[in-house]
Structure formats: C-alpha cells, structure tokens
Design a protein around this ligand. Structure first.
Ligand SMILES: N=c1c2ncn([C@@H]3O[C@H](COP(=O)(O)OP(=O)(O)OP(=O)(O)O)[C@@H](O)[C@H]3O)c2ncn1[C@@H]1O[C@H](COP(=O)(O)O)[C@@H](O)[C@H]1O
Length: 107
C-alpha cells in the first residue's frame, strides 16, 4: 500500500470519529464545502512558498495540500483510486501496471 493509499484509508476511517480528537473528523463535520475551502487555503499557502522559493516550507505546504485534497475527495465520495485511474489513462497505461509497481499487498 502506498503512502497516498494509506492516508486516504485513514481519512475515510475518520468519518464519524470524535471531532475533539481528530482534525479530519472535525473537517468532515463542517461539510464538503468547508473541506473544499480548506483545500483552497492550503493551495494558496503552497503557492506563496513556491513564489518565495522556500523549498522546506513548500515541501510542508505540499503535504498539507495533498492531505486536504484527499479530505475534499472523501467528503464528496470520490475515491482516490478513481483519480489515480484517470491519471493512468492520461499516461496511456493501465492501472494494473501501476498497481504491480506499487507492490500492493491486497493482490
Ligand atoms: N496529514 C495530515 C494533516 N496535514 C495537516 N493537518 C492538519 O490540518 C490543519 C490545518 O492547518 P491550519 O494551520 O490551517 O490549522 P488551523 O489554523 O488550526 O485551522 P483553522 O481552524 O484556522 O481552519 C492542522 O491542524 C493540521 O494538524 C493534518 N491532519 C491530519 N493528517 C493526517 O491524517 C491522519 C488522521 O488525523 P486525525 O484526523 O487528526 O486523527 C494523521 O495521522 C495524519 O496522517
């Protein structure tokens, strides 16, 4: 399982969790619109660091962007696998080929 797969699974498992102890559950409780807004904010923060050419902060902000992208997708019931399949299709390759490369334990 890749880092992205693992993170997406963790995020999905936070549905209905205690918002007092889980940031993800807190975001889900605020609704998909708030999740989308938060993703936008994080994207802007990443843009700022890219423009400043602060590689360390850009790396950190990029991680925030990816996390909040996955929360936004989950909030609208869009699965990460479907996004990855779309990317595979654009590269003219099959998802099976990619999965084999990822060394998933479930196949
Ligand atoms: N990758 C992340 C991650 N990246 C960022 N964040 C949180 O996203 C928040 C966004 O940062 P902000 O500076 O905008 O926070 P803030 O100012 O308090 O937000 P506002 O109240 O102003 O909206 C921070 O509180 C971070 O903790 C994350 N929270 C969780 N994860 C992952 O999700 C998993 C589950 O987390 P919980 O749901 O908290 O259990 C964790 O194990 C991590 O792997």
């Amino acid at each position: 399982m890749t880092t992205l797969d693992h993170l997406f699974e963790t995020i999905c498992n936070r549905r209905g969790a205690d918002a007092a102890t889980s940031w993800t559950a807190k975001l889900f409780a605020k609704g998909p619109e708030k999740c989308a807004e938060k993703f936008g904010e994080e994207a802007i923060e990443a843009i700022i660091e890219a423009v400043k050419d602060d590689k360390k902060k850009l790396t950190s902000e990029a991680a925030d962007v990816i996390y909040h992208l996955l929360v936004m997708l989950a909030a609208r019931d869009v699965h990460l696998d479907d996004v990855l399949a779309e990317l595979d299709q654009r590269m003219g390759r099959s998802g099976i080929e990619e999965k084999a490369g990822r060394g998933t334990s479930d196949d």
